[in-house]
Design a protein around this ligand. Sequence first.
Ligand code: MRU
Length: 351
Amino acid sequence: MQKVMEYGPEGLRILDQTVLPQRSETLLLRRPADVARAIRRLSVRGAPAIGVAAAYGLALAVDPTSSLAVGRRRLLAAADLLKAARPTAVNLAWAVDSLLADSAVKAALDARALREAVERAASAMEAEDRRFGEAMAAHGADLLGGVSGILTHCNTGALATAGPGTALAVIMELWRRGERPAVFADETRPLLQGARLTSYELTQAGIPHQVLVDGAAAWLLAQGTVEAVIVGADRICRNGDVANKIGTYGLALSARAHQVPFYVAAPSSTFDPNLAHGQLIPIEQRHPDEVLSLAGRRVAPAEAKAWNPAFDVTPASLVTAFVTEVGVVRVEDGSLPWPLVGSGAREGVSL
Ligand code: MRU
């Protein structure tokens, strides 16, 4: 599969995920505003991937031939622009804020040094996301080893991160270890990240799977074929409430009703220790056309209106455990440990 993003002297080249899997096209982003637009229109998407893209977007803000004062002013303006592109995934704000706080970025003495420091910090962030994805995949596969069927939602693979992914990386790692669970992917209305992107990644990896409409998930769980649900996350609050792609909450409720464990896989950059609970998470509302049209064609009456939240919030009480780069993490006494503390995969897993 082509790289999700590649930074070079020309700018940031991204794989345009809006046209996958029919076409494989890239977009060259030269300015922070291009990156912000690409994030808003989901050309690059998935919580960790938009964080890393925004980090490179910051580098594009600094003209190495300008003065340091102009470089710093443009950096701050780009930071505001990029953070505002999508509000729910905390990885975006986290990436921008951590890059601005980087000691080499703060210490740069001229614009050239500033740009280079931002580029280095962005590249380190990309490498870290890759390492975290690999660690998560291993911990998740330890946890889910032996399950006969797995259901996932949205796209949480390599396309959504700078590495192998989160929830989908766990499924891929099980496969790599020789396990052969039945794999089910929700289509993920309205933008079909499951049918378009997860199915594409699984196909490329040679992993047999079935795509189902979101409305079929409860009925699938009722069949008893699925022994674990695993999803990614866009923001996880201090109490363990999880914002993720719309439909996740309904899936978690169905999983609980059928006594199926519900796991959330996410790197530490998706945790927001400053937010006490899920009602405080800003939920992105997207354009009604995404719901009222299908593949660019209007399907609802011209007068119809739509409610189109991109994400929902699953209460911590419905989450069996979190899979992170440090291991399996659980809520204890109403709170997640911060910094995250992981335990061995098999210890005390119960609904
Ligand atoms: O709107 P999207 O496609 O960016 O939503 C993506 C999701 O909700 C993913 O589940 C989440 O970002 C985790 S990705 C590793």
